[in-house]
Design a protein around this ligand. Structure first.
Ligand SMILES: [Zn+2]
Length: 263
């Protein structure tokens, strides 16, 4: 029999699903160990002790037990530090958080700590809450800029964001106003290397640079136009498609809900 090791960490709840008649499996992004999957015993029973801890992107303090060779950990305690009550009141904000959670789950390997990802999720959720406190309409209008910010950073932290300052094929540095084209995998190339293909605007390249330079609040305060953000959304989806080889369902859900709710 192998010994069990007890771990404790702060974490974000990314997903929870039913496991047998009484339990749930919860997928957590822990600060100490990265992604883990754990059984939450009794989470489906009437005296479920977890409350909002298993809700989307709740920040929790967890203790869990791991046994060597087993993929599933056992949740010992899971206490809410911060629940997303204000976000839960807006379906489109909730859907955007659902997309961020699925991105995190798909882009990062299990049991690999990544503190920048943890901090990005924290700051992303706080930005959504801060905007919602100012009014739901303004918060929904800010969603594309915030989503581009979080999406671009998750791609970068997972190693899937190309350098936007130079051609991915020959390495030539782009001049600030020079045209560039987009290869089918989403990487930028100069006109000499890529004779055909979608042109990418210098404004899209500037937006990528701004995202990587600024805190989310500062990026939102000077956010690019809707059409530049739409370019970024399209390019990021291509990069994700190249990385994951399939579209994320949660992305389509968020886009559809937002289109319905924002006039
Ligand atoms: Zn080139």
């Amino acid at each position: 029999m192998t010994a069990a090791t007890l771990h404790s960490s702060d974490a974000f709840t990314l997903r929870a699903y039913d496991y047998g008649e009484a339990h749930k499996i919860v997928v957590l992004f822990t600060r100490a160990d990265g992604l883990i999957r754990a059984v939450a015993h009794g989470a489906r029973s009437a005296k479920n002790k977890y409350g909002a801890a298993l809700e989307l992107l709740s920040e929790v303090a967890v203790a869990y037990r791991e046994r060597e060779g087993r993929e599933l950990a056992q949740l010992v305690t899971c206490d809410v530090k911060r629940a997303r009550f204000s976000v839960a009141a807006d379906p489109s904000a909730m859907a955007m958080l659902g997309y961020w959670a699925e991105l995190t789950l798909e882009l990062f390997p299990p049991r690999e700590p990544n503190d920048p990802v943890y901090r990005l999720l924290a700051v992303g959720c706080e930005s959504v809450e801060r905007r919602l406190a100012l009014g739901v309409g303004a918060a929904r209008r800010a969603q594309p800029a915030l989503a581009a910010y979080v999406e671009t950073w998750l791609l970068r932290l997972a190693g899937f964001l190309p350098a936007w300052g130079r051609c991915a094929l020959c390495g030539t540095t782009f001049k600030p106003e020079s045209a560039a084209r987009l290869a089918t995998d989403g990487t930028p190339a100069c006109l000499d290397c890529l004779a055909v293909g979608q042109t990418i605007d210098p404004s899209a390249r500037r937006a990528y640079a701004a995202i990587q330079r600024l805190a989310p609040g500062d990026f939102l305060a000077q956010a690019p136009t809707a059409s530049v953000l739409e370019d970024l959304a399209e390019i990021n989806q291509r990069l994700l498609q190249a990385a994951l080889e399939r579209p994320l369902k949660s992305y389509a859900v968020w886009r559809r809900l937002r289109a319905e709710l924002v006039e």
